[in-house]
Design a protein around this ligand. Structure first.
Ligand code: OVM
Length: 407
């Protein structure tokens, strides 16, 4: 049997169209909407020969594959590589890259650390930080919103919330880029990200140990679970690593994309200012409309069938969340950004047992930034062209030149 990108080569299942596309092509990663539409139009699944994978982008199948952890496991990796065949680049995540029953134990600990109560306690602090930052940017005039706001805010409040004694924003952002690019093929994006390993990984690993964490914060809650015998010390360190892996790039992207949406659709910003109670649905719409995590894989752990398509054991399935979130059978006028639509059922934060465990925190961060903007800013305008940054799993902005104006 041939191995391709770390997984078994598979046969084209009966009735599945072959599509000679590279989902990791830089042009697609930067501007994916045509690819999303074509993927959905071809059927429930396509076969992509370049990587010998199946891909799905209709809401129905993407949701089914993503949530059925018994048939479509995460323990064989959520990128192209099959961990049953090849060792991953880092010791595997004990929450993301694991199945029940092991998953339940670590999930319970992280869910506790990131509970609605734990994140609500941070609200005041987040608001103070957001107000300070937005005041500075108003004063400044034109600014580059990726670095000066979307990265600045999470890399200020998140390490504090975890309880890191030392902060290194660069390492946090770079490690996120490594973790997410690692899910793709051995392309230039992945290789460039991996080249940051020597300057990034040792610092990250070091911050995960008990001695480098304060006695308050998400880290402390995780180590308390170790003290209680729920997990061991090494597992606690790994769960802190999960926070640092998944907590930065994602929220940076969420904030950046929210700003991009509000700058791109001024009438929607106006509507939000007039009715701040729309803030939460507005952010859900940002998630649906921009899909910060554009795709994750699952692996068929046995021969199975979805929507009449026979799927063989070992098949890697690229679940294109961004495509599912624009499925016209699920939402009317999906390519319209509409903060009033209340897009329940979007897959931007996944679904099922692996659904984003940090989502309360992510929403709290965005709420602080948006609240501040709604209170202080009357107009958000571009001062240059927005540029998207290709990444094998994340759809994020690279450059976002903006100006905040008051009336
Ligand atoms: C982890 C993790 C969790 C969610 C996403 C992610 C690929 C990593 O546990 O390390 O990014």
């Amino acid at each position: 049997m041939k191995i391709i990108e770390g997984h078994h080569e598979i046969d084209v299942p009966d009735g599945v169209p072959v599509w000679d596309v590279d989902p990791y092509d830089v042009n697609i990663l930067q501007d994916p909407s045509d690819y999303y539409a074509e993927l959905r139009s071809k059927g429930p699944f396509v076969f992509i020969p370049k990587y010998s994978i199946l891909a799905c982008g209709r809401h129905k199948e993407t949701k089914e594959v993503f949530s059925d952890w018994e048939r479509f496991v995460s323990s064989r990796g959520v990128g192209l590589q099959d961990f049953e065949l090849e060792e991953p680049w880092r010791p595997r995540s004990i929450i993301l890259e694991v199945d029940p029953p092991d998953h339940a134990i670590t999930r319970r600990v992280l869910a506790r650390a990131l509970s609605p109560k734990a994140t609500a306690d941070l609200k005041e602090d987040f608001q103070i930080e957001a107000d300070k930052l937005i005041d500075e940017l108003l004063e400044k005039g034109s600014f580059e919103a990726v670095v000066e706001l979307a990265e600045e805010f999470p890399t200020t409040v998140f390490p504090k919330a975890v309880g890191l004694k030392e902060n290194n924003s660069r390492a946090l952002v770079d490690y996120g880029a490594m973790v997410f690019n690692a899910l793709g093929p051995d392309n230039e994006l992945r290789r460039n990200a991996m080249a940051m390993g020597p300057t990034t990984v040792p610092w990250i690993v070091e911050q995960c140990s008990r001695k480098n964490l304060k006695d308050k914060g998400f880290g402390a809650t995780i180590f308390a679970a170790a003290d209680a015998g729920e997990i061991n010390e090494e597992q606690a360190e790994k769960l802190v690593r999960s926070l640092l892996s998944a907590g930065v790039d994602t929220t940076v992207t969420g904030i950046g994309s929210a700003l991009w949406c509000l700058a791109s659709f001024p009438e929607q910003f106006k509507r939000l200012k007039e009715d701040p109670s729309l803030m939460r649905p507005a952010f859900e719409e940002v998630l649906r409309f921009t899909s910060p995590v554009h795709s994750f894989c699952r692996t068929a752990n046995g021969d199975t069938e979805v929507s009449g398509v026979k799927i063989a054991e070992g098949s890697k399935i690229l679940c294109v969340l961004g495509a599912a979130n624009a499925d016209e059978t699920q939402w009317s006028d999906p390519n319209k950004f509409d903060i009033g639509r209340r897009p329940t059922g979007h897959l931007a934060m996944g679904t099922g047992i692996h659904g984003c465990v940090g989502q309360n925190l992510a929403r709290a961060e965005v709420a602080a930034v948006l609240t501040s903007i709604l209170n202080k800013v009357d107009k958000i305008e571009f001062t240059g062209e927005a540029v998207w940054r290709p990444n094998n799993a994340i759809h994020a902005l690279d450059k976002l030149p903006l100006i905040f104006k008051t009336a």
